[in-house]
Design a protein around this ligand. Sequence first.
Ligand SMILES: Cc1cc2nc3c(=O)[nH]c(=O)nc-3n(C[C@H](O)[C@H](O)[C@H](O)COP(=O)(O)OP(=O)(O)OC[C@H]3O[C@@H](n4cnc5c(N)ncnc54)[C@H](O)[C@@H]3O)c2cc1C
Length: 385
Amino acid sequence: MTLDFDEGDDLRDLRAAVADLASRYGHSWYLEQSRTGGTTRALWDEAGKAGFLGVNLPEEHGGGGGGMVELSIVLEELGAAGCPLLMMVVSPAICGTIIARYGTPEQRDRWLPGIADGSLTMAFAITEPDAGSNSHEITTVARRDGDEWVLSGQKVWISGVDVADAVLVVAKLADSAKGTLRPALFVVPVDAPGLSRTPIPMELVSPEHQFQLFLDDVRLPADAIVGSPEAGIAQLFAGLNPERVMGAAYSLGTARLALAKAAAYARDRRVWGTPIGAHQGVSHPLAAAQVEVELARLMTLKAAWLIDTGADAASAANSAKYAAAEAVVHAVDAAVQTHGGSGLSQETGIGALITSSRFSRIAPVSREMVLNFIAQHDLQLPRSY
Ligand SMILES: Cc1cc2nc3c(=O)[nH]c(=O)nc-3n(C[C@H](O)[C@H](O)[C@H](O)COP(=O)(O)OP(=O)(O)OC[C@H]3O[C@@H](n4cnc5c(N)ncnc54)[C@H](O)[C@@H]3O)c2cc1C
């Protein structure tokens, strides 16, 4: 018998240690940073020093030697305590995974120890204004000029470029011999000449910001390309399943926060002599969301475990991301309703969760693109596009 749903002492201790650290900061602190132009740097640094940010990265490069199970647990617990660190989705999960698996020894030495302890942050840029969800149609091109690469193009919605040291940019290699384009990954320092950025005003109450990036003949050394130019697609996909799992973990943390706040309020608040939580109109939406959260957690851990065992995790990672996004949207909606007018006051911080939960349905991959994937791969249904 091998099936075992007990997380075990090590993972329980990890959850407890992260929750303990995050509770010293908390949701009020996170909201204050978000609303006053502050940052989560202090928490990021502490989490890095404690080994939480690099828990998935190889020990020989300063990581914890664990995998996506551990990293997703870290993000879930930070979110449940009210201070999710969005850059964990990109820096250790996508960029760290890709560089650890496909980077040259020099690239691993250069980037991984810093990504692991949080002293270096790497953003990730695939989305483009015209291509949108259709990342096959990206038009950022890398061409070779002597010993250098030259990148030109645009990216949009790129998170955290202002706090990053470099951006892992997905471009297409111009293969002049064959006249074809194929994806490749480049590490672009944020201060590279020719790279500029414009912040995008967002409705999110979050300390991380999104940017449009302009790559105007950005010249990079030959070793800026990660891994093999021949295997760009495989390398890219190695980062996208971890991204989906971390998207799910982000949603789960927020959903737990919303439900904890709502349940506490519903146990306490009385308007007809009994706590409002005694009314099934209040308790059932919260209970239904609790069920959804538990189901999404199971699928998130399964997807993370599949990634860590080297198995095909695509359906599980997409399913986890879908389930967690639906769970957080329903949990936050029920939490707002439970709080009545207080649900939209800044004091409770519940209203701030509306846009952050809603964004879970859109990024890093939209609900519809997840359903397209499941329809095609799990149900063998034809593509409509
Ligand atoms: C807060 C935030 C942070 C982000 N951070 C990053 C980042 O750090 N790096 C990065 O590269 N990107 C980032 N993104 C981009 C994100 O991954 C994209 O927004 C997302 O993939 C959707 O792409 P789009 O916005 O272009 O929507 P579109 O592709 O224009 O889609 C619009 C709508 O049409 C639907 N649709 C499109 N095609 C189909 C189809 N074939 N079938 C059915 N429905 C379809 C979509 O599901 C969606 O509902 C971020 C986005 C947000 C909102």
